[in-house]
Design a protein around this ligand. Structure first.
Ligand code: TYD
Length: 157
């Protein structure tokens, strides 16, 4: 029974990977659906680096206890790629290429948003008790941040 379940899980993983990868390298932002193992004891989802997401995880951090109306982010990264999941509650991630802005509403723990490098991002509209998990492709390095919007625009356009 254990082997059968493992086989089904592996097939599901391959399916999710092919669906996510769309047979191409991810260079654009996108919502990625994660595996969800449904169980009467409670559901389980997971993420493996270079598999469900297109980078190796060097760092994880989480954002919580955000007061109503507050926003986070307001910067871009030169090199860092991220994967953002609403583990609890909901919030919006506004991504800006310098030419176009798109808002992604995250509200499920089995969906995440892949954010490539050189995207201006803001996070807002946090619900009460929301918990944002962020997986990062780099260790913390302040010199990777672009915190000035005009500088960002000059670099991308
Ligand atoms: P910052 O990335 O600017 O937060 P946000 O984009 O969510 O508004 O980080 C806020 C502060 O936390 C800043 O002083 C740097 C520090 N920090 C670390 O020391 N390590 C980390 O991994 C992160 C993400 C932030």
């Amino acid at each position: 029974m254990g082997k059968k379940l493992r086989f089904i899980t592996n097939v599901l993983c391959i399916f999710v990977y092919l669906k996510n990868s769309n047979n191409s390298i991810m260079s654009k932002e996108q919502i990625i659906q994660l595996p969800k193992i449904e169980d009467v004891r409670g559901n389980l989802s997971f993420i493996e680096e270079n598999w469900h997401i297109p980078f190796a995880i060097k760092r994880s951090f989480w954002i919580y206890d955000v007061p109503g109306g507050e926003q986070r982010g307001g910067h871009a990264y030169r090199e860092t790629e991220e994967f953002i999941v609403a583990l609890s509650g909901s919030f919006d991630v506004v991504l800006d290429t310098g030419e176009e802005k798109k808002t992604y509403h995250l509200n499920r723990s089995y969906y995440g948003l892949y954010v490539p490098k050189m995207m201006w991002r803001e996070m807002n509209n946090f619900s009460t008790n929301s918990l944002a998990l962020v997986l990062s492709s780099t260790k913390y390095d302040e010199s990777d941040y672009i915190r000035d919007y005009d500088q960002f625009k000059n670099l991308v356009l």
